[in-house]
Write a protein that binds this ligand. Structure first.
Ligand SMILES: [Zn+2]
Length: 324
């Protein structure tokens, strides 16, 4: 098993996005043909299982390329997806855990699992304090967020696209964890996985206006489209005088920063938030991108959980005076 650090291309958000010593790092593990990303801060918790999948490896055929598609899709066979899931679970050392996926609907609905659901529930986040459940969210550009409260042994997985972000799904997930498990936000570690970056996520100005109506600091997450050219004098001449609507144009939205801001507002410490700088649209060698590939985009999966027996091992070690 080869371990190496992956270089993330941070977009210099002006804030220390997961750059505090020891928490900002990401690890790429190669397991056979698969490449799994982990947040270093989460990897250091001995009993925790977590991982973010990537594109290479797997048994699905996408135009001659073998990919690890983890979501059921028209272009892929169900057996392939199940085999890919089996391989991914094995690669994150969770083959014996029950995969708890969701029927994702871009909502703000959060489920708390006390046992594996009989069928995937409709919603976009889940939390549990039960061992042997592997919480999962699927993405292809949207933001996957994994949360762990190591004091209360509670974990959560969140899927946040623009709708979920606008609906504050990550804030609501933390609220549920506080209510049900007594989680203190200052104890939480968060890993914001690979998603479409502020470099590529073009949205309409009406969406920017919607975010501004909901968040005081929304302006920080938007950027103008830049072509690298000098300003076009014709465009300047066509600008409307004050009081009139400017011509409609698109802007770039940084969903990762929007979710990081929600985590901070909920009370997480900046040093406890790891943000992957990898963009799913820029790095199609590593990820799937719905924006770039539409109907033929595969799905990435982000998982988190813990096993009863791993925790039992840890308690034994503690009882025998062996710290971790
Ligand atoms: Zn990009």
């Amino acid at each position: 098993m080869l371990t190496k650090s992956i270089k993330t291309r941070r977009r210099a958000p002006g804030k220390a996005a997961g750059r505090a010593p020891g928490t900002g790092g990401w690890i790429e593990r190669k397991v056979g043909a698969l490449r799994i990303l982990e947040a270093s801060a989460l990897s250091r918790i001995p009993w925790l299982i977590h991982g973010f999948s990537t594109r290479p490896g797997g048994v699905s055929d996408l135009g001659g390329e073998k990919v690890l598609n983890l979501g059921f899709a028209e272009w892929d066979r169900k057996e392939n997806v199940l085999e890919n899931r089996r391989r991914f679970q094995s690669a994150v050392d969770a083959d014996d855990m029950v995969l708890c996926g969701l029927s994702q609907i871009h909502s703000d609905v959060v489920h708390v699992f006390e046992a594996p659901p009989a069928a995937p529930c409709r919603g976009d986040a889940s939390a549990t304090n039960r061992p042997d459940l592997l919480l999962a969210v699927q993405t292809a550009d949207c933001v996957p967020i994994l949360l762990v409260d190591s004091r209360n042994r509670t974990v959560a997985a969140v899927h946040a696209g623009w709708r979920g972000t606008l609906g504050r799904i990550v804030t609501k997930t933390i609220g549920k964890m506080q209510m049900q498990f007594g989680t203190k936000p200052a104890d939480l570690l968060a890993a914001i996985g690979p998603s479409i970056g502020g470099c590529c996520y073009e949205v309409g100005t009406e969406l920017a206006a919607e975010f501004r109506s909901q968040f005081a600091n929304a302006a920080d997450w938007f950027d103008e489209l830049r072509t690298g050219d000098e300003p076009n004098p014709l465009q300047w001449l066509k600008m409307s005088p004050p009081g009139h609507q400017p011509p409609p144009k698109n802007v770039l939205l940084d969903l990762r920063q929007a979710n990081r801001a929600q985590l901070l507002e909920a009370g997480l410490l900046p040093r406890n938030i790891s943000v992957s700088g990898l963009c799913t649209a820029c790095r199609r060698d590593l990820f799937f991108s719905y924006r770039e590939e539409a109907g033929t985009a595969g799905r990435l999966m982000s998982v988190i959980g813990f096993r009863a027996r791993a925790f039992a091992r840890k308690i034994c070690r503690q009882a025998s005076g062996d710290g971790r």
